[in-house]
Design a binder for this molecule. Structure first.
Ligand SMILES: Nc1ncnc2c1ncn2[C@@H]1O[C@H](COP(=O)(O)OP(=O)(O)OP(=O)(O)O)[C@@H](O)[C@H]1O
Ligand SMILES: [Mg+2]
Length: 467
């Protein structure tokens, strides 16, 4: 009842929808960018998104060379009028004419997304949380969290029937920015360093003043819970997941991990420890009690309390991993350069499992949400010589070629994110380190014991997450 009421209140006023429809209908079939801007974006779309004329800056300088994005938007705060102060933009809009095809997957679509990403990461756009591309035929919303840019909606086709609803959806998403980025750390291959990555990433992000929640969703191994010696909360995760009436708070399942250093400084992050009931109950029975989207739904409750939610997953593709990837915004995939299975499994996760998960999310949200995306893989925990690096790249090139031929799926951005034709096939490496290897027994993240380990994981955090 309350939900319906909220939805009703969030709807766009009818007169605004009518203006949107009329201006969209009046656009010439081959409208150029300037016409779309003056007759649709500036006159109705930005108003409908809720940004007045003093809350938008056309041709905003991103601070990267001479780059200018078509619009930067932000709500005014009392005397801080965005049009005048021009600082702390919140949304960027990159506009195209109808001559630029923005159909998902087309070459010009890919170039436009690349362009938007460049703007979103530019020096004057650090505070931006959302980006939009549109040519008045297609529209897509992207979210930005630190360095991570994710599609927040699929690339949607717009017409006079759906423009009101789509604009309203984007307006609501922008309004209710949920703070945390949810990261599932996953590889179907065991022993590649998933749990170790979760623990140490949580430790360094905390030291960078980020609020972090860690979820041990590998209840059969409970490595994370045991290696940090985490006690149970007042509620179990299984009770939270089974809670169809929404009466149990997930906060009750949380226990803190804290480490006090010599100077008296304490660093602390939160943990949802492994739950033995989940380990001892058969999966078929669990599937009757909750579903693969229950974890995502339950985490919604605490998303605004944290900057990052990190989920540790088991090395298989069953209920716990499926639920973790479904709950995530992004998936971080550790691999081993000298273990071909870990590389093949990474490829399968990206090309098959994560796509499956995206499809499920799109179905569940009637096509309004995109689902988790894979971050580029990294090599974890082995000493790498130049010769070994060359061999690993040969193996990877074979996998990329095979997947391209078989599924027409391009894995290059997931293995070589900095790739330019002819060069730069750098893969991030997290080296082997004795403190990391032994830290399980010490009940302390290696990053809090050893400066070297701290630096390694800080580099990982900077490579993937921190801007
Ligand atoms: N960078 C590293 N340097 C040294 N040892 C490491 C490093 N990363 C992980 N290890 C060690 O490798 C082993 C496996 O790591 P971990 O338990 O994190 O893998 P996992 O992927 O979570 O395994 P599983 O699939 O069983 O859950 C552990 O003993 C861990 O201490
Ligand atoms: Mg593990």
């Amino acid at each position: 009842m309350v939900q319906t009421l909220i939805k009703e209140l969030q709807k766009l006023p009818l007169e605004i929808v009518e203006i949107l429809i009329k201006s969209l209908q009046a656009l010439p079939e081959e409208a150029k960018e300037a016409i779309i801007d003056s007759n649709f974006i500036a006159t109705s779309f930005l108003d409908a998104l809720g940004f007045s004329s003093q809350e938008r800056i056309p041709e905003f300088q991103t601070g990267n060379g001479g780059d200018k994005v078509d619009y930067a938007l932000r709500h005014n705060n009392e005397n801080d009028i965005f049009l005048h102060t021009q600082n702390n933009p919140y949304v960027l809009v990159e506009l195209k004419g109808r001559d630029i095809n923005l159909t998902y997957g087309s070459k010009s679509y890919k170039n436009t997304v690349k362009q938007l990403k460049r703007y979103l990461l530019a020096p004057n756009c650090k505070t931006v949380q959302w980006g939009i591309i549109t040519n008045s035929k297609h529209i897509q919303l992207f979210s930005k969290h630190g360095k991570v840019i994710c599609p927040a909606t699929p690339c949607l086709e717009i017409n006079s029937q759906n423009i009101g609803e789509i604009t309203c959806q984007i307006r609501n998403q922008i309004k209710h920015t949920s703070k945390a980025l949810t990261v599932a750390i996953y590889n179907n291959k065991g022993g590649v360093g998933k749990t170790t990555t979760v623990i140490n990433l949580a430790a360094v992000l905390t030291s960078h003043k980020k609020k972090v929640l860690v979820v041990d969703f590998d209840p059969n191994q409970r490595d994370l819970t045991d290696s940090l010696n985490i006690k149970s909360g007042t509620q179990t995760l299984s009770n939270c997941l089974k809670d169809k009436k929404d009466v149990i708070s997930l906060r009750e399942a949380i226990s803190p991990y804290a480490k006090t250093f010599k100077g008296g400084i304490t660093l602390s992050f939160d943990v949802i420890p492994a739950d033995d009931t989940l380990a001892t109950t058969e999966e078929d029975k669990l599937r009757n009690e909750f579903s693969f989207h229950s974890l995502r739904k339950k985490l919604e409750e605490v998303k605004s309390d944290y900057d990052y939610i990190l989920i540790d997953t088991p090395p298989n593709w069953r209920l716990f991993s499926i639920s973790s990837v479904y709950a995530a915004d992004v998936v971080l995939i550790p691999t081993k350069h000298n273990n071909i299975r870990s590389l093949q499994n990474a490829a399968v996760s990206i090309q098959q499992y994560i796509l499956e998960s995206q499809k499920a999310r799109q179905e569940k949200t009637q096509g309004l949400e995109w689902g988790a995306i894979a971050l580029p893989i990294f090599f974890n925990g082995e000493k790498i010589t130049d010769a070994a690096r060359v061999n690993a790249k040969k193996a990877i090139d074979g996998i990329i070629k095979q997947i391209k031929q078989k599924y027409k799926f391009d894995l290059i951005p997931y293995f070589y994110p900095h790739y330019q034709p002819g060069n730069n096939r750098r893969i991030f490496e997290l080296p082997s380190n004795a403190h990391i290897a032994y830290s399980t027994f010490e009940k302390i993240p290696a990053a809090y014991k050893s400066k070297v380990a701290y630096d390694y994981y800080s580099q990982l955090a900077k490579e993937y997450f921190l801007q």
